[in-house]
Design a protein around this ligand. Structure first.
Ligand code: MOS
Length: 746
C-alpha cells in the first residue's frame, strides 16, 4: 500500500478545467458592485509636449465620471528605482510615471484617463478627448541613434555591468588561426499573451484591493504602495488567473496605480484593461538591436577570443538592455573575452524582460557564428561544440552545480537523426524543396531570489492539506506542481492536497521571473510541508496513546497520510487518528527558503541543445519548419507534462523569433508599425512543426532543495539559431537578421 511519489508524474493541470470551461476569473472579470471603467488615451506624437487638452465634448458624453490629465491627477509620492522583480522590492517597469507633467517622451504614453460607468461609454468619451501637441524631433531606431551611443555603467536594473572583460581580447584575436567578424540585426519583439494587462481597483476606506494580472503580487503591491505613498499593509493584491505573460507582467507598469488613482477619484471600483493596441506601448518590449561578434579560434576550432558588442535603444529614463551577452560569455571555454553594451536614448518606453530575455538574442548571434566556424573548418557542428565544452563557468572558474550539456548534444542528435546530415549546404533535397539540418546549444542561468521565499501548509483532521504561497500561476502550471511537491513532502496523495496562491495575504514569494519560479516556490513549499510532516511525527512519538510512541522520528515514514515505522509498517497510525484523538481540527506549519551561501561558489545554468529541419522553396523563398528537437537538462522535472508544455512553448517562440515576430519603428512618425495580431505575426498551429522534447536527467544538490533548474525560458534559447543554421545548410545562405523573411532567401 504505497503511493508512488507525485513529483515526476504528468499530473493534469489542477486549474485546467476552469480555464477551458469559463470557470477561471481573470483580473478584468472581477465585478465589484458599482464597477466603473477606465480607458487610457495615449500620446499621438513620440516627442514634445501637450499644449492643450480639450475635454468639453468628452465630459458631456453620457456616463462620464472623470477625465484625469496631468492637470488634475494627484502627483505620485515616490518613484521607486528600477530593479528586476526577482529582487522582491518595488519593481516599476520604468522610472517614469505618466500624467505628472506635459512632456511627451514616447508615442502611446498615457496623457489622459477617462472613467465612465460602462466600458463603451468610456471608450466613446476617450475618443472625444482632443489633445494638441507641440512635436519635437524624435529618435526611435538604431539607424538614427547609432552615433549617440554610450556605454552605461550597468544595465538590467543595475545588475549587469556595461562592460565585461577577461584576458586580452585584442591579443587573443591577433593570435587566432581563424577569425570571423559578423554583425546580426534584430527587429523589436512584442509580448502577446492572450490576456492583455488588466487591473480592477477597489477601495474600502483607506484599504486598497487590486485584482491585477501579474507575475508577482508582491511586486504590484510594493510598487503601487510606493507610487501612491501608502503602507504596503494597506494594499492587497490578488491574481488568481493570469492569461499568459512571457515577461510583460514581470515588472509593474503604470496601469495598476492609474486604476487605483482613478478609483479613489470617482469613489467607485474601477477596471482598467489595456487594449491589444495599447499592449504595444504600455508594458515594455524586446528592443531592436544589433550585435557584433568577433571570434577567433585555432585550427581545431577551439575558441581563443570572443568579442561581443550589442547596440540598442533605451528609454529617456533608464539604462535598460536585455542581457544578451551573459550566457553567450559562459557557454564555452574561451580565455580572452570582451562584452560591451552600448545604448542610446530613444523615444520609447523602457524595454523589458521577454522570454529568455537576452539569451534568446545573444545566443542567436553566438550560435550562428559557431555554425560559420564549423562550416569554415569542416568540423561537424556538434563536434565543434564538444571541443569547446567548458568544465567550469568560464566567467568565474567556478564548477557547474550540474551540467548535462554533453548528454543533451548526444541525446538530441540521436533523436533528431543528426548522423544523416551531409555537411555541404544544398546537399539534401525533397522534390523541389531544399532541406537543411541545423543545431545550436542552449543555456539559461539558474537565478535565485535574494529574500526568503515563504509558504504555509495546513493539514486538516480529515487528512486533506492546503498549502499556500503568494505566487500567481500565469500559465506555467505552478499551482499543479506545488500540489505535487506538497503531497510528497507530507506523504499524502496529491489529490488530497490543494495549492492556494495569487494573494499578498499569503506567505510571500518574489515575482516568478527568470525561470526561477519552480525552483524557489518548490523550495518554500517543500520546506513548509516537510516541517508540518516533522511536526506531526514529533507529536505522534510524544503521544503515549500513539502506536508510534517513543519511536525515533527518523525511523518514521509517511505514506497515504499514514505514519509508520519504515522497518515495521504495521506499526503506525494516520494523521487523522492523531488529530482526532487530540481534539485538533488542523495543524499548520510555515517554512522559508533562501539560496544557500554555498551556491555562490558554483556556476548555475540549465543546458540544452536544439536541432531543426527546414525545407525551403528556392523559387519562392518559402520556409517550412519540418521538425524541431530540443534536449534539455532542467534538473528535477516536477511534472513532465507541464514541463514539456513550457519547453515546447519556448521552442515555438524560437520559431516565431526566427521567421515571424517583428515590429519596427516608423522613424518619420516615431510609432510602432504593428499594433495588433493582424500585423504582428506569431506562430499558429499551421506554422508549428512536429516538436519533440527530450528531457535529460541531471541531479543538482546545489540550486535548491529539489534540484529544480527551471523550464520557462531555456526552450527558446538557441531555437532561432538552430533554424537559421538549418536555413544555411539548406540554401548556402547565411542570413544574419531576425526574423528571416522570404526576401532574404530569394
Ligand atoms: Mo521572464 S521573460 O524573466 O518574466
Amino acid at each position: 500500500m504505497t503511493t508512488a511519489p507525485a513529483v515526476g508524474r504528468p499530473v493534469d493541470r489542477v486549474d485546467g478545467r476552469h480555464k477551458v470551461t469559463g470557470g477561471a476569473h481573470y483580473s478584468a472579470d472581477v465585478r465589484p458592485t458599482d464597477r466603473a471603467h477606465a480607458v487610457l488615451v495615449g500620446a499621438r506624437v513620440p516627442s514634445g509636449r501637450v499644449t492643450g487638452i480639450d475635454t468639453d465634448e468628452a465630459r458631456q458624453a453620457g456616463g462620464v465620471l472623470a477625465i484625469l490629465t496631468h492637470e488634475n491627477l494627484p502627483g505620485i509620492a515616490t518613484q521607486p528605482p528600477l530593479l528586476p522583480s526577482l529582487a522582491g522590492m518595488p519593481a516599476p517597469g520604468q522610472t517614469f510615471f505618466p500624467l505628472q507633467d506635459e512632456v511627451v517622451h514616447y508615442s502611446g504614453q498615457p496623457v489622459a484617463v477617462v472613467v465612465a460607468d460602462t466600458l463603451e461609454r468610456a471608450q466613446h468619451a476617450a475618443a472625444l478627448v482632443r489633445v494638441t501637441y507641440q512635436e519635437t524631433p524624435s529618435v526611435t531606431t538604431v539607424a538614427q541613434g547609432r552615433d549617440d551611443a554610450y556605454v552605461p555603467d550597468a544595465i538590467f536594473g543595475g545588475f549587469v555591468p556595461g562592460r565585461s572583460v577577461r584576458g586580452d581580447v585584442e591579443a587573443g584575436l591577433a593570435a587566432a588561426d581563424v577569425r570571423i567578424d559578423a554583425t546580426y540585426t534584430y527587429a523589436a519583439n512584442h509580448h502577446n499573451p492572450i490576456e492583455p494587462a488588466a487591473t480592477t481597483a477597489v477601495w474600502d476606506g483607506d484599504q486598497l484591493t487590486l485584482y491585477d494580472a501579474t507575475q508577482g503580487v508582491a511586486a504590484t503591491q510594493l510598487t503601487v504602495a510606493a507610487l501612491l505613498g501608502l503602507s504596503p499593509s494597506k494594499v492587497r493584491v490578488l491574481s488568481h488567473f493570469v492569461g499568459g505573460s512571457f515577461g510583460c507582467k514581470a515588472m509593474i507598469w503604470a496601469h495598476p496605480a492609474l486604476a487605483a488613482l482613478a478609483a479613489r477619484h470617482v469613489g467607485r471600483p474601477v477596471k482598467l484593461s489595456l487594449t491589444r493596441e495599447q499592449m504595444f506601448t504600455s508594458v515594455g518590449h524586446r528592443e531592436e538591436q544589433e550585435q557584433r561578434i568577433e571570434l577567433g579560434a585555432d585550427k581545431e576550432g577551439r575558441l581563443v577570443a570572443l568579442r561581443h558588442h550589442k547596440l540598442s535603444p533605451t528609454s529617456p529614463f533608464d539604462d535598460w538592455a536585455e542581457p544578451s551577452l551573459g550566457v553567450a560569455s559562459q557557454l564555452y571555454a574561451c580565455a580572452h573575452y570582451e562584452g560591451v553594451y552600448r545604448l542610446f536614448r530613444a523615444n520609447t518606453m523602457t524595454p523589458t524582460f521577454m522570454r529568455a530575455p537576452g539569451e534568446a538574442s545573444g545566443m542567436f548571434a553566438l550560435e550562428c557564428t559557431m555554425d560559420d566556424l564549423a562550416h569554415q573548418l569542416g568540423i561537424d557542428p556538434v563536434e565543434l561544440r564538444l571541443r569547446n565544452y567548458s568544465e567550469t563557468d568560464p566567467t568565474t572558474k567556478n564548477p557547474w552545480s550540474s551540467t548535462g550539456l554533453k548528454e543533451c548534444y548526444a541525446r538530441g542528435a540521436e533523436r533528431f537523426g543528426w548522423h544523416r546530415r551531409r555537411p555541404a549546404p544544398r546537399s539534401h533535397r525533397d522534390g523541389d524543396w531544399l532541406i537543411g539540418y541545423g543545431m545550436a546549444a542552449a543555456g539559461y542561468p539558474v537565478y535565485g531570489p535574494n529574500n526568503p521565499q515563504r509558504a504555509r501548509a495546513r493539514l486538516y483532521a480529515d487528512g486533506t492539506a492546503v498549502v499556500q504561497a503568494a505566487t500567481p500561476d500565469f500559465g506555467t502550471g505552478v499551482a499543479t506542481v506545488m500540489t505535487q511537491v506538497a503531497a510528497d513532502a507530507l506523504g499524502l496523495p496529491w489529490e488530497r492536497c490543494r495549492f492556494e496562491g495569487g494573494d499578498t495575504a499569503l506567505p510571500g514569494i518574489a515575482a516568478a521571473v527568470g525561470s526561477a519560479g519552480a525552483g524557489m516556490i518548490s523550495a518554500a513549499v517543500h520546506t513548509a510541508a516537510a516541517r508540518l510532516r516533522d511536526q506531526l511525527v514529533a507529536q505522534a512519538v510524544a503521544d503515549s496513546q500513539s502506536p508510534l510512541h517513543g519511536a525515533d522520528p527518523a525511523a518514521v515514514t509517511v505514506r497515504d497520510g499514514r505514519m509508520m515505522l519504515r522497518d515495521a509498517p504495521a506499526t503506525g497510525e494516520t494523521y487523522g487518528d492523531l488529530l482526532h484523538r487530540n481534539f485538533l481540527p488542523d495543524v499548520e506549519a510555515s517554512g522559508a527558503w533562501s539560496p544557500s551561501p554555498e551556491s555562490h561558489h558554483y556556476g548555475m545554468m540549465t543546458f540544452g541543445a536544439q536541432f531543426a529541419e527546414v525545407a525551403v522553396d528556392p523559387d519562392l523563398g518559402v520556409v517550412r519548419v519540418r521538425r524541431m528537437v530540443g534536449a534539455f537538462a532542467p534538473g528535477r522535472v516536477l511534472n513532465p507534462k507541464t514541463a514539456r508544455s513550457q519547453l515546447m512553448g519556448g521552442m515555438l517562440w524560437g520559431l516565431g523569433q526566427a521567421l515571424l515576430e517583428a515590429n519596427y519603428m516608423d522613424p518619420r512618425r516615431g510609432r510602432w508599425v504593428a499594433s495588433g495580431l493582424g500585423d504582428y505575426l506569431v506562430p499558429v498551429n499551421a506554422d508549428a512543426p512536429d516538436i519533440e522534447v527530450e528531457l535529460v536527467d541531471v541531479t543538482d544538490d546545489i540550486v535548491n532543495p529539489l534540484g529544480v533548474k527551471g523550464v520557462g525560458e531555456i526552450g527558446q534559447v538557441g531555437a532561432a539559431a538552430a533554424l537559421a543554421n538549418a536555413l544555411h545548410h539548406a540554401t548556402g545562405r547565411r542570413v544574419r537578421k531576425l526574423p528571416v523573411t522570404i526576401e532574404d532567401l530569394l
